[in-house]
Design a protein around this ligand. Structure first.
Ligand code: EPZ
Length: 421
């Protein structure tokens, strides 16, 4: 097993290149199931989750090959298998994104119910509700959701859940509706940039989608979709993570290829903390050289503050001058990083879906355990600024969503190495 060893104290300076977005690449790869002919994707990140989706697609008869330049070519070779089995879905919740495409193209889908995971329950009731609305029958057999439909018919679908919109449920229903007969209107749709990128890909394949990026998406069904070329949008969560890395080390970093328009809620909070953020030539420049102000933040569906940057903001606020508060409204249990950060000298107290963050003078290096992908990235940020050495074990969690994290950080001066246990 590998671990990351970080000696804290370096102020990050220089440029970090942002990769393509994991949460756009995964549904777009799944959408290749809908498409006749070859699809070429550019700017596909080299991540464990992308390799996991390639494995699942291969099992589903889709050839998916990525070259060293980040170009992935996909083509459906065999439509027999429609089953995404437990041992694949259990490793990556995003496997559920094959459900809509399989149902629409192969009229049947069998997907293992994703169980809970490090950030909490991962129900798929909204996915099923939406696909049933299009005309699918559904059964739950031995932990698998089985969906069947002779044909799909467009309809009005409300996709709002107890925690607001659902990103992958919106993706699944939007993908399935592209080949349904007639018009589908999705209300309370997710507005995330990754949904907009998926819609752009589908429209380039011949779909007729409008309203993407707003809570109401309209899809006019078409007969078929044809392969296209598409470049994956930049990863706003990776960008936000490195912006906070620059801030927490009092550094001066340009986060290149990042889209500042996809990070307005993050820029708002970081500026309130006292971080200097400006639009740069090819991205976003971030610098900080003073004590940090405490702030309050609440995670919400886009365009609100992203839950995927909650842990990273929390680490920054550990060093603010006073008490901050973060409330998690998307995944209320997403606080596995709290205990690990307290082991590094943080003063965090969980009160239900809220964490009170008492500012401390410094964090101290420790042996810590990675858990969910973003909590693990937060521990890396803690290690960058902690006094002494931090070792982060189970680093495979980080490799799911961050391409070469130690190379990108070392490239701007961090003292970080990947070692074998
Ligand atoms: C996507 O997950 C992202 N993953 C997550 O990123 C991200 O944290 C999440 O959206 C929220 O932004 C991908 O895009 C692959 P949801 P998803 O459905 O779609 C509840 C990362 O670190 N819900 O938007 O699974 C759910 O429990 C990952 O990159 C239902 O109740 O999240 C949650 O409380 C982690 N019923 C809320 O909605 C459903 O059928 C939002 O979940 C579906 C979801």
């Amino acid at each position: 097993m590998e671990f990351l060893e970080i000696v804290g104290g370096a102020r990050l300076k220089g440029t970090i290149d942002i990769s393509g977005a994991k949460n756009a690449a995964l549904p777009i790869m799944a959408a290749s199931i809908l498409v006749d002919g070859e699809t070429t994707l550019h700017n596909v990140p080299d991540l464990a989750d992308v390799r996991q989706m390639q494995l699942l697609l291969t099992r589903l008869g889709v050839k998916a090959e990525r070259d060293d330049e980040g170009v992935m070519r996909l083509c459906v070779k065999d439509e027999m298998n429609v089953c995404a089995e437990y041992n694949l879905v259990n490793k990556m919740r995003a496997s559920v994104c094959v459900m809509g495409p399989l149902l629409a193209k192969r009229k049947r889908a069998q997907v293992s119910m994703p169980g809970g995971c490090a950030i909490g329950d991962r129900p798929i009731d909204l996915h099923v509700r939406g696909l049933e609305g299009l005309g699918a029958d559904h059964d739950l057999v031995n932990g698998d959701v089985i969906l069947r439909a002779k044909k799909l018919t467009g309809t009005d679908i409300f996709l709002g859940g107890p925690f607001g919109s659902s990103v992958t449920a919106t993706a699944n229903v939007m993908m399935a509706a592209t080949l349904a007969t007639g018009r589908t209107v999705i209300d309370s749709a997710a507005c995330e940039p990754e949904i907009v990128d998926l819609a752009a890909f589908l429209n380039a394949c011949g779909a007729r989608i409008s309203g993407q990026g707003t809570p109401q998406i309209v899809i006019e069904g078409v007969e078929s979709l044809t392969g296209t070329e598409h470049s994956i949008v930049a990863d706003r969560i990776e960008a936000g993570t490195y912006m906070i890395a620059a801030a927490i080390t009092n550094g001066d970093v340009e986060v290149r290829n990042a889209r500042i328009d996809h990070l307005q809620a993050v820029v708002d909070r970081l500026r309130r903390v006292g971080v200097i953020i400006e639009r740069a030539e090819q991205g976003i420049s971030v610098s900080s050289s003073r004590r940090l102000e405490p702030v309050q933040a609440t995670t919400q569906p886009y365009p609100g503050f992203p839950t995927d940057l909650q842990a990273q903001l929390m680490v920054l606020l550990c060093l603010a001058d006073g008490n901050s508060m973060i409330t998690e409204k998307v995944f209320p249990d997403r606080f596995l990083h709290v205990g690990e950060l307290n082991r590094m000298g943080a003063m965090l107290r969980k009160e239900g879906p809220t964490v009170i963050i008492e500012g401390v003078k410094r964090l101290v290096g420790a042996q810590v355990m990675a858990s969910d992908l973003r909590a693990s990235a937060a521990l890396v940020l803690g290690g960058l600024v902690a006094k002494g050495t931090t070792r982060i074990h189970r680093v495979y969690h980080i490799d799911r969503g961050y391409e070469q994290i130690e190379k990108k950080l070392a490239g701007v001066g961090a003292n970080i190495r990947r070692l074998q246990e």
